[in-house]
Design a protein. Structure first.
Length: 134
């Protein structure tokens, strides 16, 4: 099997792959193409790329009120260090009345707080963390 790609200037090329997803041959000019990398491992809440990039993602069902409420999330797989970039967003309730964020990041998870200044709001706290696994 192969992957057909088109570069930014319209050049068409192909990358051959084996059953494990390893690139085996390239036909075409890759000088202005976007980077393509193979997935080395994946689960329901993480992706690990062969180049060492890891993306973890998930959500926590939660109800937040006017008092800041703490939350904690464990990644599907640990990062190599504590330098992951973590972003959170709450979906539910009145989004213009919400505030919160990430307070700590470790190799295995993150913690933070969230509140809804307009009163109780039920929904999901969505989390995405990007960093290195090797």
């Amino acid at each position: 099997p192969y992957i057909k790609f088109e570069t930014q200037n319209g050049t068409v090329g192909y990358i051959g792959v084996n059953r494990e997803g390893d690139a085996r041959f390239v036909k075409g000019d890759l000088s202005d193409s976007y980077s393509i990398d193979c997935i080395e491992e994946e689960g329901v809440d993480y992706i690990r790329y062969a180049n060492g990039l890891q993306i973890c993602y998930g959500f926590i069902p939660k109800t937040f009120g006017t008092t800041p409420t703490n939350w904690a999330y464990n990644y599907g797989k640990p990062f190599i260090n504590n330098n992951a970039c973590v972003s959170v967003a709450f979906r539910g309730g009145n989004s213009t009345s919400q505030a919160g964020g990430v307070e700590s990041v470790s190799q295995t998870g993150c913690t933070g707080f969230w509140k809804n200044t307009a009163g109780n709001a039920s929904g999901y706290l969505h989390i995405i963390a990007i960093g290195r696994w090797k």
